[in-house]
Structures are given as structure tokens and as C-alpha cells.
Ligand binder design. Structure first.
Ligand code: CP
Ligand code: NVA
Length: 318
């Protein structure tokens, strides 16, 4: 089985720091053209859920690494007519050199990695969104790291996450934050507080669970370097929309909450945003918002993640 990136902790902090250093190089060198790490390779991009940033950044990224991206919507494959994940994965293992997957259950990416034998990248599951959390750490590193940013710049930073603290972004930020010494405060209603699975993820990775939970948004904002939010209604939770909006409305990131944060604090959001729900229009579009840098950095960081996997799997990825 090849090495994959299915959970935030699948790279050690030292390896993740190498990913960030490579992402910085890719960002600087982007104009100088194609890198041939994936020359002759075809990487599948398999999506069971909708996407704008992830789809685009992986398609462009695989191309810029010299490979051929093969975009697949699960609804157009035989898997939507009952072909098993195991058989689909085994077939992909015969054609492709790696697979990027956005899907529902975490067990689906695990099964693809096992049955295909290929390196698999988790491009969001219901449980985790590790490509986004790595990008967020990288973006914070750039923002707080001065002229030669390194992962050291993350140590002791305070990130407050507001809203649905039982969602994939909250869990991935808790994990990635702990890897880099970022103090992550998850803040939202008790009804959507983190489930026991979050501590199980820490336990499995032998990582100390450094995250905290509060339902008090003012307490979470005070002294924070980053105010972060995500949609209140994640993909697949549409049936709970009315209830979620009602319960989460006290957790909107707005100017009042921002006034309690540290001077120089920034606003982050994985996007897509629902202005007027989880974030006010003023904060989303204001000069403290770095959401478009975050979005751009998906490209550089994911190219580095793929490159690191290829290197760890012994050069060419099969
Ligand atoms: N942030 C993120 O993953 O965006 P998409 O859903 O558009 O891919
Ligand atoms: N929590 C969101 C993230 C979107 C990038 C979702 O799963 O829909």
C-alpha cells in the first residue's frame, strides 16, 4: 500500500514543515513553468460532493506538476449504479498513479487507499478536510512569519473557530493546530460541540489533544490571532438548515467580535462563505480578511502534498 494523505496527522510535524517549505518554493517559482514530478502520470480526481476551489486547484496543480488530471464525478461512474468501492478502487489502481477524493464517510477514502494501492489524498470527507487545514497553517505562517516564514511562526498563535464545531474544518484545524503548537479554541453551541471521535483521532495519532471548547464567543475572541469560521450547513446537512441557522446565529463573526481579538488579528474562512450568516459582509470583505490568499494557497500546498507523497513512495508513484 502506498503512503497516502487521509488525515491531518498522516505527515509528522517535521514532514508537514517540509511540505510548507516546498509550497513556498512552488509559490515563488510558479511563473517559471511546469515541474516534471508527475511526468507520464495520470491522477484521478474523484468527487462525490460539489467543489469549486478543491477541484480547480487539484486540476491545475496536477497539470503544473507535469501530470494528467482525470476529473470524475461519482454520479457519472458505475459506482452510482451499485459497483462496489472495492472494485472501483481496484480498477483505478490499474489505470491511475494517484487519486484525490472528496466524499462522505472517512471509511471511503480509507477503502480507496487500501484497495487501489495508490497514494490517495483526502480532498474533504464528512470528518476531515486536511488539505484545507494545511493550507490554513501555511497561510498563517506567511502572515505571521515575517520575511522568511517557517512553521516556528505558528507556535503559541491563538485560533478561534466559530460555529459548527463538530464539522470537518473544526476537527482538521484542531488536529493541524496541535501539530504546530497553535492554540485552537472551538466555539459554538453545545448542540454542535465536538464528538468523541475527535479525541479518538488524537489518540490514534498519539498527539496530545490541545484544543478547547467554549460556548462563549467573546471569551474565544479575546486575544485571538485568527478568527475562523465555516458554513453552518455543511454539505450533506441541508435537512438541518433551519435549526442550524437558528442555533448558530450568536456565533456570527462580525465587527463586534473582531474588536475583542488581538490587534493585527486576521479573518479566515475556507469558503464558500454565506455572508450575513456565519460572517458579516464587513468582516468578510474587510482589510483583515485573508480568505482569497487562503484560497490561492490551496494550489501551492496541494502541489507540495502530492510531491511529498510521490517522494515518500519512492519517486514515481507506482
Ligand atoms: N474550501 C473548499 O474546499 O472549497 P470547495 O468546496 O469549493 O472545494
Ligand atoms: N464544512 C464544509 C466545508 C466546505 C469546504 C462542508 O463540509 O461543506
Amino acid at each position: 500500500m502506498s503512503r497516502s494523505f487521509l488525515r491531518d496527522t498522516d505527515f509528522s510535524p517535521a514532514e508537514a514543515a517540509e511540505v510548507f517549505a516546498l509550497a513556498s518554493r512552488y509559490k515563488k517559482l510558479r511563473a517559471s513553468g511546469i515541474i516534471d514530478i508527475l511526468r507520464g502520470e495520470s491522477w484521478g480526481l474523484l468527487f462525490f460532493k460539489k467543489s469549486t476551489r478543491t477541484r480547480l486547484s487539484f486540476e491545475v496543480g496536477v497539470h503544473e506538476l507535469g501530470g494528467h488530471p482525470v476529473m470524475m464525478n461519482a454520479s457519472e461512474l458505475q459506482i452510482s449504479r451499485g459497483e462496489t468501492i472495492e472494485d472501483t478502487a481496484r480498477i483505478m489502481g490499474r489505470f491511475l498513479h494517484g487519486i484525490v477524493i472528496r466524499t462522505f464517510g472517512q471509511e471511503i477514502v480509507d477503502e480507496f487507499a487500501r484497495a487501489s494501492g495508490l497514494p490517495v489524498v483526502n480532498a474533504l470527507t464528512d470528518l476531515l478536510h486536511p488539505c484545507q487545514s494545511y493550507t490554513d497553517m501555511f497561510t498563517m505562517m506567511e502572515r505571521f512569519g515575517g520575511s522568511s516564514p517557517s512553521a516556528e511562526a505558528l507556535k503559541g498563535r491563538k485560533l478561534a473557530f466559530f460555529g459548527d464545531t463538530a464539522c470537518n474544518m473544526a476537527y482538521s484545524l484542531a488536529l493541524a493546530g496541535a501539530m504546530f503548537g497553535v492554540e485552537v479554541s472551538l466555539c459554538g453551541p453545545e448542540e454542535f460541540k465536538p464528538a468523541a471521535i475527535l479525541n479518538k483521532l488524537f489518540e490514534d495519532a498519539r498527539l496530545a489533544p490541545t484544543w478547547t471548547f467554549t460556548s462563549d464567543p467573546e471569551a474565544a475572541s479575546r486575544g485571538a490571532d485568527v478568527l475562523y469560521t465555516d458554513v453552518w450547513v455543511s454539505m450533506g446537512k441541508e435537512d438541518e438548515k433551519a435549526e442550524r441557522i437558528k442555533i448558530m446565529s450568536p456565533y456570527q463573526v462580525n465587527e463586534r467580535l473582531f474588536s475583542l481579538a488581538k490587534k493585527g488579528a486576521v479573518f479566515m474562512h475556507c469558503l464558500p462563505a454565506h455572508s450575513g450568516e456565519e460572517v458579516s459582509e464587513g468582516v468578510l470583505r474587510g482589510d483583515r480578511s485573508i480568505v482569497f490568499d487562503q484560497a490561492e494557497n490551496r494550489l501551492h500546498v496541494q502541489k507540495a502534498i502530492i510531491s511529498k507523497l510521490v517522494q515518500e513512495n519512492g519517486g514515481k508513484s507506482s
